[in-house]
Design a protein around this ligand. Structure first.
Ligand code: DX5
Ligand code: ZN
Length: 214
């Protein structure tokens, strides 16, 4: 599967509705929505009220990436705000099993995110609970960072783990994705690519999304 989830972190926040409508008319599959708390990551982005507005204008499923400590506290809130897919960081959950069940019970697809230094083998006992696993290919917190090359090997390891334990689980990659590394990531086994700057800083975002899926 070759899917693209553009990250709204790189959109024009003063013209969010315009940018979402542009994405509605593109071949993108999901909208990637980055929520940051200033504690788990150094940056603060936005919370549920903004997600609710994004939902109002979007015709695509919302892929909400929570970069917040103890995300289990906010599962229902983000469901109510319009999240379709909710991903939580392995590093931010004490009781990951419980949080993944809570996300599914609330009616969303559930995903775990691994930071670049967190090993894929730690998912051995939780991947079967996941609809997707998101591998960070930068340290989370900011758009526009440089892609970490070790990600290819992590995608291959995760593909092997999914084949063994969770064949339906999707593999998503987030951070520094562009038109050059996208084909290599799909070949390594990724299903969904998040792209912020590569889409929004390009001259023709709709065409860039199209090319990324080729
Ligand atoms: C980073 C966020 C990413 C970011 C990606 O912490 O999780 O989703 O917006 O932006 P680019 O594609 O510009 O690296
Ligand atoms: Zn993200």
């Amino acid at each position: 599967m070759r899917m693209v989830s553009p990250s709204l972190l790189s959109a024009d926040f003063g013209n969010l509705q315009r940018d979402i409508e542009m994405l509605n008319g593109s071949e993108c599959d999901w909208l990637h929505v980055d929520v940051m708390d200033g504690i788990f990551v150094p940056n603060i982005s936005f919370g549920q009220p903004v997600v609710r507005h994004i939902k109002k204008h979007s015709q695509k499923p919302l892929d909400v990436h929570l970069m917040i400590m103890d995300p289990g506290r906010y599962v229902q809130d983000f469901r109510d705000a319009g999240a379709d897919i909710l991903t939580v960081h392995y590093e931010a959950c004490t009781h990951l099993d419980r949080v993944l069940h809570a996300i599914k019970d609330a009616g969303m697809k559930a995903g775990v995110v691994l930071n670049p230094a967190t090993s894929v083998c730690l998912l051995e006992d939780s991947v079967q609970l996941c609809d997707l696993v998101l591998l960070m290919s930068v340290n989370p917190g900011f758009g526009g960072q440089k892609f970490i090359e070790n990600t290819y090997s992590k995608v291959r390891q995760l593909r092997e783990l999914c084949n063994r334990k969770a064949p339906l689980c999707l593999i998503e990659v987030d951070g520094g994705v562009n038109l050059q590394n996208a084909p290599l990531l799909y070949e390594a086994g990724a299903d969904v690519l998040v792209a912020g700057n590569a889409v929004f800083k390009s001259d023709d975002p709709v065409a860039t999304i199209h090319q990324m899926k080729l």
